[in-house]
Design a protein around this ligand. Structure first.
Ligand code: SAH
Length: 341
């Protein structure tokens, strides 16, 4: 991985940065979680984060094969769970709607499954809701602000690069005591700074609350959830990072105009699901997951009908999604299932 940058920003404050600075100056330093929440709220509401011109590229934006594998995985569970006639397909943070579109196209191979599906999108950004409407309008999706708002029923929940956008709290041990790390603002130097330094541990209560809700949703009426993200299975320390134009950036720069994420603690999510009495599979690496579902064979099949240039693109995408040096190892997949399935 590249060195991540943190420290001081030389550039003028953004509007969100100014707002945050004023807030800190009047009420005191904020938690890392509050900093993330404020910066990201503005970011997703106003920026176009995806693709070459944006800040980052996600797996479904790399290749249709990603969504196809997930569609096949869901169809398999649907078959094993007695082919229920009404399935809520819920996506958390659907971005441009690409993953959902690929899943739905793949589901056509199982006509009864396809017919059973209703589409629910949990999305807070009005700008991204518009993009999702363009991609998925034909399926009459229903939007929700929170997972809690989705009606009860047999549900499949999919979350790709959603949990990394949820706020984390950071703690540092100081003289034998766990102290929460906060972010202050130096009005003379016009700079943000961390109130304490040291070995950092992170927790994300919001992520655990979302996991609780996922478990509640799929345990009452049946179903499953698939969580895919970059993350760790052993302590990772300080994982807060900013990404701008596909590069690591200063987390205190361009507040609200660049992406801010934390790695996902997959052990904590797994434990939480187990405490909720769910059947849990994984986390396994994204490479293992996609290979197990036959992504290499799918790539070969696509290549057969493709031009030489397209074949190159397909093989490159396969590599990006599965190679350990690319997304294959850093990204993990966790499956959570109701004991009824
Ligand atoms: N899953 C997509 C997009 C990932 S980016 C993909 O793989 O391409 C993160 C997405 O989560 C965006 O759609 C963002 O607007 C949404 N999001 C972030 N925080 C959210 C929250 N608290 N509630 C609902 N959606 C959120």
């Amino acid at each position: 991985m590249r060195e991540k940058k943190s420290g001081q920003s030389e550039t003028a404050l953004t509007e969100t940065g100014r707002c945050l600075a004023d807030h800190i100056l009047s009420t005191g330093p904020v938690t890392v979680a509050e900093y993330m929440e404020r910066a990201l709220g503005h970011y997703y509401a106003t920026q176009n984060p995806f693709g070459v011109a944006g800040d980052f590229t996600t797996a479904p934006e790399i290749s249709q094969m990603f969504g196809e594998m997930i569609g096949a995985w869901l169809a398999d569970i649907w078959q094993k769970s007695g082919k229920v006639s009404a399935v809520q397909l819920i996506e958390l943070g659907p971005g441009r709607g690409t993953l959902m579109a690929d899943i739905l196209r793949t589901a056509r191979a199982w006509p009864d499954f396809h017919t059973a599906l209703s589409v629910h999108l949990v999305e807070t950004s009005p700008a991204l809701r518009k993009k999702q409407a363009q991609a998925l309008g034909a399926y009459a999706p229903v939007w929700h602000d929170r997972l809690e708002d989705v009606p009860a029923g047999f549900s499949f929940v999919v979350a790709n690069e959603f949990f990394d956008a949820l706020p984390v709290h950071q703690y540092v041990m100081q003289s034998g005591e766990k102290v929460e790390r906060r972010i202050g603002f130096d009005n003379v130097a016009q700079r943000f700074f961390f109130t304490v330094e040291g070995d950092v541990t992170e927790t994300s209560p919001v992520s655990l609350a979302v996991m609780d809700e996922i478990c509640r949703k799929v345990s009452v009426h049946g179903g499953a959830a698939l969580i895919i993200d970059y993350g760790y299975t052993e302590g990772a320390g300080d994982s807060l990072q900013a990404i701008s134009r596909h590069r690591y950036a200063d987390i205190f720069a361009r507040i609200g105009e660049q992406d801010l994420t934390a790695h996902v603690d997959f052990c904590a999510l797994r434990e939480r699901a187990e405490q909720n009495n769910m059947t849990v599979q994984g986390p396994v690496t994204q490479g293992e997951f996609l290979n197990m579902l036959g992504i290499a064979q799918r790539a070969e099949m696509l290549c057969r009908k493709a031009t030489l240039d397209q074949q190159k693109d397909i093989m490159l995408a396969l590599r990006r999604l599965t190679a350990p040096s690319e997304m294959g190892t850093l990204f993990k997949v966790l499956a959570v299932m109701s004991k009824k399935v």
